[in-house]
Design a protein around this ligand. Structure first.
Ligand SMILES: Cc1ncc(COP(=O)(O)O)c(C=O)c1O
Length: 389
């Protein structure tokens, strides 16, 4: 068995990706071009929606999505405090304010009951950002029903959720707009990158224009256009959010492998589940309504039964040569969010309780069976000792 350090996450890049990148480099077309277009077409088809726009990040997609659905300064946008700061910072980009709603203790996703309460009691809510933590779908039936009832838009943060399905349909076919991340640790990785999808032509057109400096490309599409090739029109103060063809070359092949990569992640999750049944920890939630992307395998330690803290567990795993991580430090205890909105740690008790005991274990397709066995053996040994077993 290897004694090398096992990193927490690694991308899974094969010869197909490498050859496509080399092809791009030789083509001379390094910025957004034919590979980006191909990636977008294949992505829209993969999800089962009409428009996919390749971007520099998921954060860019969330920003464009909120703007497209009409979120404006002074609005409120509901999201979870149990997420990465990108999910909420985009609300501030538009001069709006996030309203945090606590999570379900099993899924770590927005609690529909508390969401209903927040919608009933908060004026000026224009959108909800559900975050599919770890690749586990939110309760989309409940969220979409509430969104319709209160007339608010839904911009999904699917940074972890590729591929994730809810009741047989891919995430990306429920909300008004959905954004994905291809950051290096994500299930489909291009180093940095993102995609935003929508079935709404008007939102797509807005995001297409805004992702590239507010340049209206329609003028080039007109039949029989006599405009010279150097000519363009700026119709808004847009952003620089386009994807480049080198990233798209990676994305095309990562997407084609998305289901097989997910199958390997799922197999590792099943092995962990089986090996941890008798340990003082809570295993990840499994929902018969949805398929899980397994971006993260998050366990919660039963601290009451252990003589070590969560942080000590992480240190012992590191000493055993295994990288782990913590997802997430809740936003309401982060200095910016805490100070701006005057939050107390106990304002979102489920998010806080989860954070104090959660650990993410390595789960990625290039892990060998030996790697998986090492993680299991170390976890078992550390927790059994700490439980005095
Ligand atoms: C839940 C969540 N949303 C959004 C993002 C932002 O993704 P990106 O780095 O592609 O902007 C991340 C990144 O880790 C994330 O975990």
């Amino acid at each position: 068995m290897s004694t090398d350090f096992l990193p927490f996450a690694l991308p899974c890049i094969g010869d197909e990706e490498i050859n496509e990148v080399v092809d791009t480099l030789r083509s001379g077309w390094l910025t957004s071009g034919p590979k980006t277009r191909q990636f977008e077409l294949e992505f829209a088809e993969f999800i089962g929606t009409s428009h996919a726009l390749a971007l520099s990040s998921c954060t860019a997609g969330l920003h464009l999505g909120l703007e497209a659905v009409g979120v404006k300064a002074g609005d409120k946008v509901i999201t979870s405090p149990y997420t990465f700061t990108a999910s909420a910072e985009v609300v501030r980009y538009l001069g709006a304010d996030p309203v945090f709603v606590d999570i379900c203790p099993d899924t770590f996703n927005l609690d529909p009951k508390q969401l209903a309460h927040a919608l009933e009691n908060t004026p000026n809510v224009s959108a909800i950002i559900p975050v599919h933590i770890a690749g586990q779908s939110c309760d989309m039936d409940a969220i979409m029903a509430l969104a319709r009832q209160y007339g608010v838009k839904v911009v999904e943060d699917a940074a972890h959720a590729l591929p994730t399905a809810y009741k047989g349909k891919n995430i990306g076919t429920f909300g008004d707009v959905t954004a994905y991340s291809f950051y290096v640790t994500k299930p489909v990785a291009t180093g940095e990158g993102g995609m935003v999808v929508t079935a709404n032509e008007e939102y797509a057109e807005h995001m297409r224009t805004m992702r590239l400096h507010g340049i209206n490309r329609d003028i080039f599409k007109r039949e029989g256009s006599t405009l010279p090739s150097w000519y363009y029109e700026v119709v808004a103060p847009g952003y620089k959010y386009n994807m480049n063809d080198i990233a798209a070359a990676l994305g095309i092949h990562q997407l084609r492998k998305a289901h097989s990569l997910q199958a390997r992640r799922e197999a590792i999750a099943l092995q962990y589940d089986a090996a941890f049944t008798d340990l003082p920890l809570q295993r990840p939630f499994r929902d018969s309504n949805s398929s899980h992307a397994w971006h993260l395998y998050m366990i919660q330690l039963n601290l009451d039964e252990l003589n070590i803290t969560r942080d000590e567990f992480i240190e012992r795993m590191k000493a055993a040569g295994i990288g782990t991580s913590v997802h997430f430090i809740p936003l309401h205890i982060q200095p910016y969010w805490r100070d701006r909105y005057g939050f107390q740690p106990t304002d979102f008790p489920v998010a806080l309780h989860t954070f104090e005991r959660v650990v993410s274990l390595p789960i990625y397709p290039s892990m060998t069976d030996d790697d998986v066995a090492r993680v299991i053996a170390a976890t078992r040994q550390i927790l059994q000792e700490a439980a005095g077993q």
